[in-house]
Design a protein around this ligand. Structure first.
Ligand SMILES: Nc1nc2c(c(=O)[nH]1)N[C@H]1C(S)=C(S)[C@@H](COP(=O)(O)O)O[C@H]1N2
Ligand SMILES: [Mo]
Length: 556
């Protein structure tokens, strides 16, 4: 529905193999079981041995005049705005996850080292198997926008909605503390811990505790859960999310380190999503179980009316609106993806350019950090020209460098090697979610720039590949002249101190750190200096920007 895939796109987006699978490492499963035993199991032991504990809600203190009563309009608004954006964020997040359906704690992402995977496919070791192939199909009812390899559009949704979600959260927290509503959420005594446990023992052993009227009081467990969702889950989601950005990795290395590394951050980001989901399910179930009509009046119309259906209808209306918006979002995703790409660039590109981009990137990794495995991506070149060159070990290869320069050149690999060698050990960040650390050796692009002398008006450097894009047509990408001049920017013919292997981009590939993987053009044929990228390809600065709606500014 609403999609208009052509034959080539259908094959990628809507593949024959749409199986879903969940594989979890035994150790992870053991941890889950231990957590269950420590909570539900312990509650049952206590119940059987000692009986039900005292219910802390049985004798709640009387309300003082300074205690909050009911829910002001700003609170119900932010509650529902939060709901709307959370749904959008979770759905787009799932679509992003499906493009590399494996979760790790190690930064090298070796196959079989994932603690959780959502694919039945075992990574074959007898042929080139790319990360693109590894992406899974996701039903568009679940994911936004769903289908397969829709990470560009999914990221646009994710990054367009996240700022609004955070803004809503900040306004909510500010108003919480400017009014007396904070008293509902913020515990002021450690007594909340034993009290919550006692309430939990009730639920876990299927005994409903005394239900305080939520208009005036929450029970201890309810209070601590709401507190944790606002003051723990949201910040962890934000910090773990930011930790996945190459721009952050290169400048604030300590941030991903909080989670071990970038993949730890990705795993935690996923676990936070699970926690949100669990919260939503339990929260909604409790709202229904403890008097749906009355509870809905509380949170939507700020009355404690047990019979009027107004609140219920408004709540249902908001849920229907969210579902309807899901359909609209699906339509926008496939009919107006360009508008999403632009909106995302306008919001986050601007934000990023004015903040993080001002800091200098740094190199952090040492030889011992080099990943034992490095995922492969992209379509191997099939052209006769490249195959002939490869057969003769690229001895006949000539890199052509031209465009708006004073001195266009054609250089063989040996001639390039005479110009210098720059070696860096860096982390590669693929937009799909995997990462890997490798050593890259080659010519600093700055030296090449000094050699060919681009005209003053040049702002863009285009790297053309021998290879093709996913749907055919020359693979290319562009970099700003500014980024090419950075010290870590090189044209690499060496990977991990060996000649660059064919599958990793021989004869030459570009390395411009603090950018995402798709900007690292492999199998380079030609370099061109231009005043603008607007007249190359479809004009968006790269094959993936053109065809996959990838970020217009790639260092997020
Ligand atoms: N020519 C060409 N270069 C390409 C690609 C491609 O499809 N074609 N894919 C890019 C992507 S998405 C990534 S993540 C990296 C992968 O590099 P690797 O295979 O060395 O891991 O190459 C980039 N360079
Ligand atoms: Mo990638």
């Amino acid at each position: 529905m609403f999609t208009n895939f052509n034959e080539a796109e259908r094959e990628i987006r809507f593949p024959d193999d749409r199986r879903w699978f969940m594989g979890i490492k035994p150790l992870a499963l053991v941890i889950v079981v231990i957590l269950l035993l420590l909570t539900v199991g312990a509650a049952w032991c206590q119940f059987i041995a000692l009986g039900l504990p005292m219910d802390p809600s049985a004798n709640l203190p009387t309300l003082s005049p300074s205690d909050p009563k009911g829910f002001p309009l700003w609170l119900s608004l932010s509650h529902w705005v939060n709901f709307f954006f959370l749904i959008m964020i979770i759905r787009s997040g799932l679509s992003i996850l499906a493009d590399h359906p494996r979760l790790y704690w190690n930064r090298g992402c070796s196959p079989n080292s994932e603690w959780l995977r959502f694919t039945p496919v075992k990574v074959p070791d007898d042929r080139v198997y790319t990360a693109k192939e590894d992406g899974r199909y996701l039903n568009p009812i679940v994911g936004l926008p769903g289908y397969r390899h829709s990470v560009g559009i999914a990221r646009a949704w994710h990054f367009i909605t996240v700022p609004f979600f955070l803004l809503n959260g900040v306004v909510f927290i500010l108003l919480l503390f400017f009014t007396n509503q904070w008293k509902r959420l913020v515990p002021v005594s450690w007594q909340i811990l034993p009290d919550s446990w006692n309430v939990f023992v009730h639920y876990a052993t299927f005994h409903m505790p005394v239900e305080p009227n939520g208009f005036y009081h929450f029970n201890a467990l309810q209070q601590i859960s709401y507190f944790a969702v606002v003051f723990l889950l949201a910040p962890i989601a934000m910090i773990s999310g930011m930790s996945m950005s190459p721009a952050i990795e290169n400048r604030f290395h300590w941030l991903p380190k909080l989670f071990g590394n970038r993949q730890g951050a990705r795993s935690v980001h996923f676990l936070v999503m699970l926690a949100y989901l669990a919260f939503i399910v339990i929260h909604v179930a409790m709202v229904v179980a403890t008097g749906l009509t009355r509870n809905m009046n509380h949170i939507t119309v700020n009355t404690d009316n047990p019979v009027s259906h107004t609140g219920l209808y408004i709540g249902l209306g908001i849920i229907l609106f969210t579902i309807a918006f899901g359909f609209l979002a699906h339509w926008i995703s496939w009919q107006r993806p360009r508008s999403l790409q632009y909106t995302e660039a306008a919001i986050n590109g601007t934000l990023w350019l004015n903040t993080i981009n001002k800091f200098k990137p740094k190199l952090y990794y040492k030889e011992k950090d080099i990943s034992p495995y490095f995922w492969v991506n992209g379509k191997m070149p099939v052209s006769e020209e490249w195959r002939k060159l490869a057969a003769n070990k690229f001895l006949d290869f000539k890199l052509s460098v031209g465009g708006r320069v004073e001195k266009p050149v054609e250089l063989s690999l040996d001639e390039l090697k005479e110009l210098g060698l720059e070696q860096n050990i860096t982390m590669h960040h693929c937009i799909q979610g995997w990462s890997g650390i490798a050593e890259w050796g080659g010519l600093s692009i700055r030296s090449l720039i000094e050699l060919v002398k681009p005209h003053k008006s040049v702002t863009t450097v285009v790297f053309y590949s021998f290879g093709e894009g996913l749907y055919g047509g020359t693979y290319y990408d562009t970099h700003t002249l500014d980024n090419c001049l950075k010290p870590e920017s090189i044209l690499a013919w060496e990977m991990n101190y060996q000649a660059l292997p064919e599958k990793y981009g021989a004869p030459l590939r570009v390395r411009i750190e603090n950018q995402l993987g798709y900007k690292m053009v492999k199998w380079i044929r030609k370099i061109e200096f231009l005043d603008t990228h607007e007249h190359i390809g479809k004009g968006f600065g790269g094959k993936n920007e053109d065809d996959e709606f990838f970020d217009l500014l790639a260092d997020t």
